[in-house]
Design a protein around this ligand. Structure first.
Ligand SMILES: Cc1ncc(C[n+]2csc(CCOP(=O)(O)OP(=O)(O)O)c2C)c(N)n1
Ligand code: SF4
Length: 306
């Protein structure tokens, strides 16, 4: 599918307050095209709650409920229940940053996933708390500069998409701002399903990642092409790699060197050779783990109880 084939309706209006080159706003625009107007967005404190505009004005042409940082998934669960009680069937969708997902909103997210609430939770992961001045989050990768990791983060990031798979929810997918048509198709698929659905989008941020604003799509693609970010779907218990990640796993595409991704961004400019080796090893380990997960999935289709 080509970007030009996306619906022409706009639900994120131009002239909003997002930075130039903001992947979060590009992805939200795409996500809303897939969801359509019968949608309620739940947005915790984040860049989105700023660029959406100040009441009574809004850059988002569907109802938006701003909620406290920790409670997006709980708020969405309550709104869905209330709408159903009133006989209204609408897409109830959380749109939250990684700070609101990986750290501060994690308990509400886990609870809603475990209850299999009938909502879609989308995390736009810019790997930091951007809105408050680029602080580290649990999603910040090893080595990255932030204003609270001046010499580079010392820990690897955690992985909430994998955590959602361990909750065995109906649908988990990863996407990247480099591939908006893939994001659109994954949201379309999620929209048709029932129960808890989680989508996480790698969402580059020019001021936080320190690269020129016109490079957002290129950086979003490089993340996938170098294996730093892996595209996949987990659907009703079945895991599979998708898009460029699948092509790399099947040997149809060669993986690019991690340096192409890292040194396109000022936040990694200080990395030593040792740091790069450490990141490369981490990426290779994770890559092997997910490729194995896909092949184990096929092998495990045998029945244990006969
Ligand atoms: C409980 C609480 N702690 C801190 C804040 C201040 N705060 C508002 S937005 C934000 C950062 C949000 O980061 P993230 O969720 O990653 O979204 P982004 O800003 O990157 O879009 C913070 C720390 C808050 N509003 N509430
Ligand atoms: S700081 Fe980053 S995430 Fe926030 S609006 Fe700007 S580009 Fe988007």
């Amino acid at each position: 599918m080509r970007i030009s084939a996306l619906p022409r309706e706009e639900y994120l209006l131009p002239g909003n307050a997002a930075c130039h080159g903001c992947a979060s706003s590009m992805c939200l625009r795409t996500v809303l095209k897939a969801l359509g107007k019968n949608t309620v967005l739940i947005v915790p404190a984040s860049c989105t709650s700023v660029y959406q505009g100040m009441f009574p004005n809004s850059a988002i042409a569907v109802p938006v409920f701003n909620t406290a940082f920790a409670s997006a998934a709980a708020t969405a669960s309550g709104i869905k229940a209330s709408l159903l009680q009133q006989g209204i069937d609408a897409n109830v969708v959380v749109w939250a940053g990684d700070g609101g997902t990986y750290d501060i909103g994690l308990q509400a997210l886990s609870g809603a996933a475990e209850r299999n609430e009938d909502i879609i939770y989308i995390c736009y992961n810019n790997e930091m708390y951007s809105n408050t001045g680029i602080q580290r989050s649990g999603a910040t990768p090893y080595g990255a500069w932030t204003t609270t990791t001046w010499s580079g983060k010392k820990e690897h990031r955690k992985d909430v998409a994998e955590l959602m798979m361990s909750h065995e929810v109906p649908y988990v997918a990863t996407a990247s701002a480099g591939y908006l048509a893939d994001l659109y198709q994954k949201v379309k698929k999620a929209k048709k399903m029932e129960g808890f659905r989680y989508i996480e989008i790698l969402s580059p941020c020019p001021p936080g990642w320190r690269y020129p604003m016109e490079k957002t799509v290129e950086i979003g693609k490089l993340a996938v092409e170098t294996g730093m970010w892996i595209l996949y779907e987990y659907e009703e218990g079945h895991f599979r790699l998708t898009g460029v990640s699948k092509a790399i796993a099947e040997g149809r595409r060669k993986m690019k060197d991690i340096g192409e991704y890292l040194f396109a961004q000022g936040r990694f400019a200080h990395l030593s050779d040792g740091d790069v080796v450490k990141i490369r090893e981490y990426v290779e380990d994770r890559w092997r783990k997910l490729v194995k997960m896909e092949s184990d999935m096929h092998a495990a289709s045998a029945k244990f109880y006969v």
